[in-house]
Design a protein around this ligand. Structure first.
Ligand SMILES: [Zn+2]
Ligand SMILES: [Zn+2]
Length: 206
C-alpha cells in the first residue's frame, strides 16, 4: 500500500540530529521527519522491523498534533502549482563549478596581522585553512541540475507559505490529498486517502 520513500522526509546525512536520519515507529505508524516536515505512514503488521523508537520529544510532538487520529481535511486544489525553477546562479546553469579561491586569505589558508605587541598568523576562518571557499565538481546548490528555486520562492496553501521542494514532496504522495493550514503555528497539515498524514512547517516570511 505505501510506496513512499521515507528517506526524502528524513534529516540528511549532514544533519547532526542523527536520530532524525532514519524512519521511526510510533503507534503503528512509520514516522519520518527532518524538523521541517513530518510524515506518518501506517505500517502493516509484521513489517515494522528495523524501525527505531522516537525520542520523547518527537513522540510528544506526534501525540500533541493528533497525527495518528487525523482524518480527511480540505481538498488540495489542483490549481496550486510550484513556481518555475530559475537558472542556478552558483554554476550559471552548467551543473558544475570550478575552484573558488578564498578572498580573505587569497588562497594561502592563513591570515596574518599585527598589533603593537605581536605578529599573528592564524588559520583563515573563511576557508578553514584550505585556501578555497568552493571546490571544483558537481554544483551542490542545484544537485548538478543547473536549475533551482530561488531562496524566497514559496507555495501558498491555506495561508501557509511552504518551500517549493516540500510542496513537491507533498504532491508526490499517492492518493487524494487534503490539507489544513494553522497560521498561528505556521503549519500545514496534510492527509492522503492512502493513509499518509503529517505536516509541513511554513516559511518565516514577513
Ligand atoms: Zn581563506
Ligand atoms: Zn548549480
Amino acid at each position: 500500500m505505501n510506496s513512499v520513500d521515507l528517506k526524502h522526509w528524513c534529516a540528511g546525512e549532514d544533519d547532526r540530529r542523527t536520530y532524525l536520519r532514519e524512519p521511526m515507529l510510533h503507534k503503528g505508524f512509520a514516522v519520518a521527519t527532518n524538523g521541517h516536515v513530518i510524515i506518518l505512514v501506517p505500517v502493516l503488521e509484521g513489517s515494522s522491523a528495523g524501525l527505531a523508537t522516537p525520542n520523547a520529544g518527537v513522540a510528544r510532538f506526534i501525540d500533541a498534533h493528533g497525527f495518528t487520529e487525523m482524518q480527511e481535511l480540505n481538498p488540495l486544489s489542483d490549481s496550486i502549482q510550484s513556481p518555475e525553477m530559475s537558472t542556478c546562479t552558483e554554476c550559471e546553469g552548467t551543473g558544475h563549478v570550478t575552484d573558488l579561491t578564498c578572498r580573505e586569505c587569497n588562497g594561502k589558508g592563513t591570515v596574518e596581522f599585527e598589533n603593537a605587541y605581536n605578529d599573528y598568523k592564524v588559520e583563515c576562518a573563511s576557508c578553514n585553512g584550505s585556501g578555497k571557499t568552493r571546490l571544483a565538481g558537481e554544483c551542490t546548490a542545484c544537485n548538478a541540475t543547473g536549475k533551482r528555486y530561488r531562496d524566497h520562492d514559496f507555495v501558498d496553501i491555506e495561508g501557509i507559505k511552504i518551500q517549493p521542494k516540500y510542496f513537491n514532496l507533498l504532491k508526490s504522495l499517492p492518493g487524494n490529498l487534503s490539507v489544513q493550514g494553522a497560521p498561528p503555528s505556521r503549519m500545514l497539515y496534510f492527509h492522503s486517502t492512502e493513509g499518509m498524514r503529517g505536516a509541513i512547517m511554513g516559511m518565516d516570511t514577513v
